[in-house]
Structure formats: structure tokens, C-alpha cells
Design a binder for this molecule. Structure first.
Ligand code: HEC
Ligand code: HEC
Length: 324
């Protein structure tokens, strides 16, 4: 009996040791939480390399004009500079492209949380006629003609290039976009001090006076929840309600991470705010009235100096590593 148990444990160890030998753990900064890994397709350097190649390839859109990076530009923290993104044939999208930095930490994707798995996320932009407009099986046919790509797929996934290979490699790459190397991170690690204005802004941000950090929480600056932050009195885009069909979810959107926020404008789900000044002003006034507005949003009575310091603090959250 005991021998059987030992054999079983040894067997288990061999299987799991082999697994961990193959699995590539994406390095994250020491002060960051562990990163969610793909359960059905653990990352390897080969999968990540293939995903990176596909991410920047315009062959992924039906008319070969757009890659993922057309709307998620590295120099803007993997967001773009438009209020709402433009898809193939100049089709106007419905929402503002979010930064993909630290997206791998999310559990629900898109601003309404309508996608539950990063592993299959790419099917959406690839097939959406307002984005890349390409039925994925047709895309497979196009990409398979490239012998080099086909070879990379076989090496990385041990199977022919197919929708699984496309979606899992892109997800593997997106998960590597971890960003935790800003001035604020140096401050957290005790390496530097913030300027007087940045420090005043930091204290305000994490105070009960502003409540900012109740939603933009922790080291990732988001609690990953859905909230109505009072930017409209009427919401054309129903947000979270589109997914849950609950009236009290109307106008709730995923709490945006504020990392790299200095370079990700325009802001909010519809790109309706152009700069940080107007956002702070809206929060300062307690937002627009709406039945679903969070009780955390209330008039703040900030002085001009306090508003400036909040902005100075938000500017410390930029990680320059990806921006070149
Ligand atoms: C035409 C512009 C456009 C293209 C091309 C595009 N995206 Fe996006 N992406 C967006 C917009 C807009 C959103 C937000 C959509 C929403 O909230 O409904 C988004 C959201 C995302 C998200 C969710 C992020 C989060 O944290 O919720 C991921 C991941 C993503 N895109 C990856 C990709 C990948 C991978 C590709 C290429 C296969 C791609 N995108 C192509 C515009 C684009
Ligand atoms: C009740 C939760 C909540 C509170 C409190 C809150 N926010 Fe937000 N914040 C959100 C949500 C939700 C969004 C995204 C809304 C959208 O997509 O339309 C957001 C978006 C933002 C954005 C734009 C980010 C982007 O990339 O579009 C900034 C900047 C911001 N908040 C700063 C702050 C500051 C500064 C405070 C404190 C004065 C604050 N927030 C308080 C929930 C909150």
C-alpha cells in the first residue's frame, strides 16, 4: 500500500516536473502579484515569439491593413490615440482601445467584462467587422500559405496552424506585457523620493477624501470591478448591463488601470475625455447624476494645487520601457 502511494507520488512528481520544465514563467516585478497562466496552453518562449509576430502582422485583417498593434501601439502603452478605434475600411468602433499593459492580470476582458478568457480573446477583434473583419478559418488558410509561419506553429504547438495556435500564441504574448517600472515603482521600492507635488498627489489619491484608490486599487491601480464613475447622466453604451442584463449595471465599466495613464488618452470607455485635467474636474464636481453612480463619487472640493498634485502623481505611473 505504502509502496503504491510512494510510486504514485514519484509518478506525479515526474509528470509535474516535466511540465514545469517546459512551462515558461513570465517574469514579473517582485512587488507584483503572480501572473495568471493559461491552463490549456501554458506559455513557452516559442509560443510567445509566434504571438508577438502575429500581433504585429497586418495579414490578420481581411484587407491586410491592420494588425493588433494598429490599435494597440507600444508607444502609447499598447492603446491608440483616437477616441474610438478605426477598423478595416475606416469603420468606426464603439469603444476606446485600452492599454494592454498588465492585461494578463485581468479575469474579465473588455470594458463590459463580456469576454471571460484571454486565451480565446483574439477571435473577437479578428472576426469583428468593425475591427479586423476576417473569419478566422479564412485567416488560417491565408497564414498557412507561409511555410515559415507553419513551421513555427508546429514547433511551438506541435500541431498545424489553426485557430487554437492563433489565439493561444497571441494570448501568450499579451500576458508578457507586464509593466511595473515607473517612477512610482522606484518610489515603492524605496529607491527614490517623489517631488513635493507628486507626494501630495499620492496622499490625496490614497485618501478617504478622494476615494480614488478604493476603485483604482493596489499595485495594478484597479480592483478589476465594474463601476459607474459618474461621467454621464445618460449612457448610450450600457456597459456591464450588456452582459448581465441588470438595470443596476447600466453605465458600469471595468475600472481602468491607471498605470501609464499619461500616454493612454483619450480616456474612458468612449474616449470622451481628452485630458487628465477634465477627468479630475469631473471627479471634483462629484460626477454627473445617475441612479447607478457609485456612492464613492462625491464632490471633493479640491483646490487648484490639489488638482495639479493629483495629476503630477498620475504622471509618475508611466513605464518608459515599452514606449520606444
Ligand atoms: C480596430 C482596433 C483594434 C484592433 C485591430 C485590435 N483591438 Fe484589441 N481592443 C480594441 C478596443 C476598442 C478594445 C476595447 C473593446 C471593448 O471594451 O469592448 C480592445 C480590447 C482588447 C483587449 C481587452 C483588454 C482588457 O483588459 O479588457 C485585448 C486583450 C485586446 N484588445 C487584444 C487585441 C489583440 C490580440 C488584437 C489582434 C488580434 C487586437 N486587440 C486588435 C481595439 C482593437
Ligand atoms: C467608484 C469607482 C471609482 C472611483 C472612486 C474613481 N474612479 Fe477613476 N475610473 C473608474 C472607472 C470605472 C473608470 C473607467 C470608466 C469608463 O471606462 O468609462 C475610471 C477611469 C479613470 C480614468 C481614465 C482612465 C482611462 O484610461 O480611460 C482616470 C484618469 C481616473 N479614473 C482617475 C481617477 C482619480 C484621480 C480618482 C479619484 C479622484 C478616481 N479615478 C476615482 C472608477 C473609479
Amino acid at each position: 500500500m505504502i509502496r503504491n502511494v510512494i510510486c504514485f507520488l514519484v509518478g506525479l512528481c515526474i509528470i509535474s516536473c516535466q511540465e514545469t520544465d517546459d512551462v515558461f514563467f513570465i517574469p514579473v516585478p517582485d512587488h507584483f502579484p503572480e501572473l495568471t497562466v493559461s491552463l490549456d496552453s501554458p506559455a513557452t518562449p516559442q509560443k510567445i515569439a509566434l504571438g508577438k509576430r502575429l500581433f504585429f502582422d497586418t495579414l490578420l485583417s481581411i484587407d491586410s491593413t491592420l494588425s493588433c498593434a494598429s490599435c494597440h501601439l507600444p508607444e502609447f502603452a499598447f492603446s491608440d490615440t483616437l477616441a474610438v478605434s478605426l477598423g478595416v475600411n475606416g469603420a468606426k468602433g464603439k469603444r476606446n482601445a485600452p492599454s494592454l499593459l498588465n492585461a494578463g492580470y485581468g479575469s474579465l476582458f473588455n470594458k463590459d467584462g463580456g469576454v471571460t478568457k484571454l486565451d480565446i480573446f483574439s477571435l473577437l477583434p479578428i472576426e469583428d467587422h468593425l475591427e479586423m473583419g476576417f473569419p478566422v478559418l479564412q485567416l488560417v488558410k491565408r497564414l498557412s500559405k507561409d511555410a515559415e509561419l507553419q513551421k513555427e506553429a508546429t514547433i511551438a504547438f506541435d500541431r498545424d496552424l489553426d485557430p487554437f495556435v492563433i489565439t493561444r500564441s497571441l494570448a501568450a504574448y499579451v500576458r508578457t506585457l507586464v509593466s511595473g517600472d515607473s517612477k512610482y515603482d522606484d518610489y515603492v521600492k524605496g529607491k527614490i523620493q517623489l517631488s513635493a507635488s507628486e507626494e501630495a498627489g499620492r496622499q490625496l489619491f490614497f485618501s478617504n477624501k478622494t476615494n480614488c484608490s478604493k476603485c483604482h486599487e493596489g499595485i495594478l491601480f484597479t480592483n478589476q470591478e465594474f463601476e459607474n464613475n459618474g461621467i454621464k447622466s445618460e449612457y448610450l453604451d450600457q456597459g456591464r448591463k450588456l452582459v448581465t442584463a441588470k438595470e443596476n449595471d447600466r453605465g458600469k465599466f471595468k475600472v481602468a488601470s491607471l498605470r501609464n495613464v499619461a500616454v493612454t488618452g483619450p480616456y474612458m470607455h468612449d474616449g470622451s475625455f481628452n485630458d487628465l485635467e477634465s477627468i479630475i474636474e469631473n471627479y471634483n464636481l462629484g460626477g454627473q447624476s445617475h441612479p447607478n453612480k457609485s456612492s464613492l463619487i462625491k464632490p471633493l472640493n479640491l483646490s487648484a494645487e490639489e488638482k495639479q498634485s493629483l495629476i503630477a502623481f498620475l504622471n509618475t505611473l508611466t513605464d518608459k520601457k515599452y514606449l520606444q
